[in-house]
Design a protein around this ligand. Structure first.
Ligand SMILES: CC(C)(COP(=O)(O)OP(=O)(O)OC[C@H]1O[C@@H](n2cnc3c(N)ncnc32)[C@H](O)[C@@H]1OP(=O)(O)O)[C@@H](O)C(=O)NCCC(=O)NCCS
Length: 179
């Protein structure tokens, strides 16, 4: 029987869980992220506590955690682009290998997208390393498409990444025009 998967926004006290998932993701899939395991291991534990508290309460940035039978098993980050109205990003998505192909990644991205839409986003963007064919297929299956933008990864300039976008519906688009 498949394990049951749930997603919840990180809570302010979950700095240690955040550190554990982040370092596990960087250890297992270093090709996917614009940060190194060394960076994460060198960071003070208190910086994860600070990030968890911020991502639990901020109206503009959040982390969502995946649980399998109550155990943390994945994460995704989400933030509103404060420089461009309606634009938002998901990033740092990871699902533990033992629970892949069970729609945990989809649950995470959909929860993050819903939260971003509730905070005014109408376009959700994600940067994907070109060599990460699994993530490309995963995002395309969720309805993300090309924007035409590519760049060298800031922390690994030899690796190129591609920007994908998915359009979502938000409540502001439903509001009557008061102009
Ligand atoms: C990408 C990732 C998050 C997908 O998580 P997941 O929980 O397995 O994804 P889901 O079960 O929700 O969706 C699976 C779908 O994604 C695609 N997909 C996932 N893994 C795939 C693979 N190895 N090859 C091809 N397509 C794949 C398929 O369309 C698949 O559907 P299927 O299971 O019916 O074939 C996971 O593989 C992962 O953590 N990879 C390492 C980190 C990473 O690359 N993160 C993305 C950073 S941009």
């Amino acid at each position: 029987m498949s394990p049951s998967l749930t997603v919840r926004r990180i809570a302010a006290h979950q700095g240690a869980v955040f550190r554990e998932l982040r370092t596990a993701s960087l250890r297992e899939a270093p090709y996917a992220f614009d940060e190194t395991l060394e960076d994460a291991l060198l960071a003070a534990a208190s910086s994860f506590d600070d990030t968890a508290a911020h991502h639990a309460n901020s109206p503009a940035t959040a982390t969502f955690l995946l649980y399998t039978e109550g155990h943390p098993a994945g994460l995704v980050g989400a933030f509103v682009d404060e420089a461009a109205l309606g634009r938002a990003f998901v990033h740092a998505l990871w699902v533990a290998p033992a629970v892949r192909h069970l729609r945990g990644g989809e649950l995470l991205v959909n929860a993050a997208s819903q939260w971003l839409a509730d905070h005014g986003a109408s376009e959700i963007y994600a940067w994907i390393a070109d060599e990460n064919r699994t993530a490309m297929r995963f995002y395309e299956r969720l309805g993300f498409g090309p924007t035409g933008d590519r760049r060298a990864m800031p922390a690994h300039v030899e690796v190129w990444e591609t920007l994908l976008v998915r359009h979502v519906h938000n409540e502001e688009q439903d509001a009557p025009d008061t102009a």
